[in-house]
Design a protein around this ligand. Sequence first.
Ligand code: ZN
Ligand code: CU
Length: 486
Amino acid sequence: MTIPQHFDLLIRNGTVIDGTKAPRFTADVGITAGRIVTIGDLGSATAAQVIDATDLIVAPGFIDSHTHDDQAVLSHATMPFKVSQGVTTVVTGNCGISAAPLREGMDLPMPLSLLDSPAEGRFTSFAAYLDALRAAPSSVNVAAMVGHSTLRALTMDDIDRPASDDEIAAMRAHVEEAMQAGAIGLSTGTFYPAATKATTEEIIEVSRPLTSRKALYVTHMRDESDQIMEALEETFAIGRALDVPVVVSHHKAMHKANFGKTKLTLPIIREAMKHQCVSLDCYPYTAGSTALRTDRGMLGGRVLIASSEPHPERAGQDLDDIAAEWGVDKEEAARRLQPGSAIYFIMDEDDVQRVLAFDETMIGSDGIPLGTRPHPRLWGTFPRVLGHYSRDMGLFPLETAVWKMTGLTARNFGLHERGTLKAGHHADLVIFDAACVRDTASYERPDTPAEGIDAVIVNGTLTWQHGTHTGARHGQVITRRDTTKA
Ligand code: ZN
Ligand code: CU
């Protein structure tokens, strides 16, 4: 094959980290029509657009394995909080929560309220959701899952009980529709009130349409604290019953009594991996964030209010301070602030590092694009792993860090022709400075873009350069169908 000498876009003289964990090497990358054409010494080649990447890393665009961007990819289509980190693909529909299918005007119980779904213009089918994304593309690619809690809210008159056979059949029909439309999997969030009453049997029967497609079962498990071992066993059992790959979302050991428990969970996960397809992800922080809850377990440590519908002015404040000011206890203060979201300091740094360093752990932000004071992971996850954990702490080499956010994720989620730099693959790339890449988002100022991310290219189009969004919105919908033709 003769290599064409003219490209749409030519990245010159970069240090390529290709997303496979292989050592870096110096090369040019030629891109045409949204695809990588060739990687090598392209000395005399010309291009419509040339980027000089001397002294910079050229890597596959980062894949955010765990997001709640379902609505944001439509309502904040340029996705600055993700593009600025080097993210080119988001996996949506996590923790049992998806933007489709819903009904116009239906109430969204906690935690579906995290979606910020407008009361009107809702998607009554999964196909309608994906069509809307195709009609109005985002700046990032979207691989979408359907959420079990969404289906419960849609089909059950009372979600505070196990589903009946008829309700299970109705949910299963929606899963079938989602699979046909191109959903890559189904997620559950049995930790949350909307699904705590769902039995293992219910989840298996609702998820049957996953089996023939080998689609993913992804879970925010029932328990990430005292009962975490049982929760892992349930997760593996569901994967075996359905014969599908499972993903343990944002793996952690919550609350002081469980600090150190990842010493036990990780070997169990590794053992399970020998017998079935299991993967996991995590975010690089000791605080979690989710809907504002009133139970003592979650309110035991420091709680920062991220957003509150009745009291938006309280965003960024400590729940302790608000409670003191109001002269009430924390539970009552939290109740008055609902619905809303909060940041909970519930993890131990040693556990976070142990999970991050586990060789099979992918990076997923779990960012919640809601309100003015979100958890800093929304803007900082990927540069924090590259800068703080890989470069500054030496937790793992940069090649491994990149793999955890690209090649590994593409493999586990079946994202065809993405996640590694290879001729023929979709041209999703990030160019960054390994010496100075770092997250700047903090709990105090959570919405600041990372430093050191030089350029971001999505499907061959320059989308971020020198700290500025180009306005390009060339993200694609990645469906299960695309991934099975490999
Ligand atoms: Zn979750
Ligand atoms: Cu989540």
